[in-house]
Design a protein around this ligand. Structure first.
Ligand code: UDP
Length: 189
């Protein structure tokens, strides 16, 4: 829907330049450990939840489904480091600054899929903390596998992901361990 709004905006004023970026699953934090993701309540997304289990704020992760048609039965996604995502934005901005009107659309992802259980293992290794988990029901609306085809971003911008799972998890843990409650204060009990 938002892509349609952006295209409509550009069609209404054809001198405008619009870049549509389709994010896959961003993970990680700034290398300083001072900027990171800080969900307002119970995290809906996998990695913020895993991070909160590792730091002791939550007891156990629920794995949403273990009967998908994937190598280990859990959902598979294309996880991308936030710094790779930031670099993708810079490429897109440079491109539209050189255009004289038009709309461009790109997927930003790695092209590789990892399962929920792969992510749990990678985070345990990066943090040195156990991530207890239990198998739960599928989440309505989830697909088995979602992986980016980022060939267009490579062809147009020379962009591709440079950072892997280990770097994603290490930077996320650096942020979460330094800021267990994100930008909030620890609750007073
Ligand atoms: N997931 C999970 N437990 C959670 C949150 C997510 O097992 O508490 C799974 C979810 O079913 C999906 C993957 O983790 O297979 C990524 O989910 P997320 O919500 O982070 O991203 P999206 O669904 O938008 O790809």
């Amino acid at each position: 829907m938002i892509e349609q709004i952006m295209r409509g905006y550009q069609e209404a004023d054809t001198e405008k330049c619009v870049s549509i970026l389709r994010y896959f699953n961003p993970v990680g934090a700034h290398p300083s450990g001072r900027i990171g993701e800080s969900p307002n309540s119970i995290p809906n997304n996998l990695m913020p939840f895993v991070q909160q289990v590792a730091v002791g704020r939550r007891e156990c992760l629920s794995v949403f489904g273990n009967d998908y048609n994937t190598p280990d039965g859990a959902g598979v996604r294309d996880y991308i480091h936030v710094d790779d995502l930031a670099e993708g934005h810079i490429c897109a901005l440079k491109k539209i600054l050189s255009m004289e009107g038009g709309c461009i659309t790109h997927n930003l992802g790695s092209g590789h899929g990892f399962s929920v259980l792969d992510m749990v293992k990678a985070f345990e290794e990066a943090s040195g903390k156990p991530i207890p988990y239990k198998m739960g029901d599928r989440r309505p609306g989830d697909l088995a596998t979602v992986i980016a085809n980022a060939a267009k971003a490579k062809a147009d911008f020379g962009w591709e992901t440079k950072r892997g799972l280990e770097e994603m998890c290490k930077s996320a843990w650096n942020w979460q361990s330094k800021n267990p409650y994100g930008y909030e204060d620890a609750p007073k009990d």
